[in-house]
Design a protein around this ligand. Structure first.
Ligand code: ADP
Ligand code: MG
Length: 163
């Protein structure tokens, strides 16, 4: 086998509780320096999934949408999580302004970005893209697309973690 990541992992989720379980399973495989981009329409479940990632780190911090503050920092778990809402950002300068560049450079914790398409040019090539789609009621389609060498090992582990 060559060192290639699997192209994508698709999951069909049927309840909010299952999204929480999915996020907690995902949290177990994350490492300091990881960047996770959450793509999906308003109400898809990006913040809900972030809440599960924070809980999965063992942090008791309450997670809310960072729409007005742009970046939230959650500590108290095995790794800190920086939660970014890029909806109102317009480009590279903004990502510098909110301190995102610095957070990405220090690589101390996990960076979770909602609306990453707003700052596409500032995203690292090595990242986990997560797309969430509301498929009716409480069902969601979640597609994980690992990108870059860091995620090779993740791909192997995730196949065991989530059937
Ligand atoms: P976003 O951050 O993508 O705008 P939120 O996580 O804030 O979305 O909101 C998702 C909404 O969908 C919440 O009201 C949540 O209760 C609801 N919901 C219903 N089923 C699910 C599910 N399976 N996963 C995630 N959220 C769900
Ligand atoms: Mg949100």
């Amino acid at each position: 086998m060559n060192r290639q990541t699997k192209d994508e992992f698709r999951a069909i989720i049927t309840s909010e509780e299952e999204t929480a379980a999915f996020g907690q399973a995902l949290a177990k495989l994350l490492r300091a320096g990881d960047v996770v981009c959450l793509r999906g329409d308003l109400g898809a479940g990006k913040t809900t999934l972030t809440r599960a990632l924070v809980a999965g780190m063992g942090s008791p911090a309450p997670v809310s949408s960072p729409t007005f503050t742009l970046v939230h920092e959650y500590r108290g778990g095995s790794l800190p999580i920086w939660h970014v809402d890029a909806y109102r950002l317009t480009g590279a300068q903004d990502t510098v302004d909110i301190g995102l560049e610095e957070v990405l450079l220090t690589g101390e914790g996990i960076v979770v970005i909602e609306w990453p398409e707003r700052i596409e040019a500032s995203l690292p090539d090595d990242r986990l893209d997560v797309s969430i789609r509301d498929t009716g009621g409480d069902t969601r389609e979640i597609i994980l697309t690992p990108k870059g060498p860091r995620w090779v090992e993740f791909s192997n582990q995730w196949a065991e973690q989530w059937q």
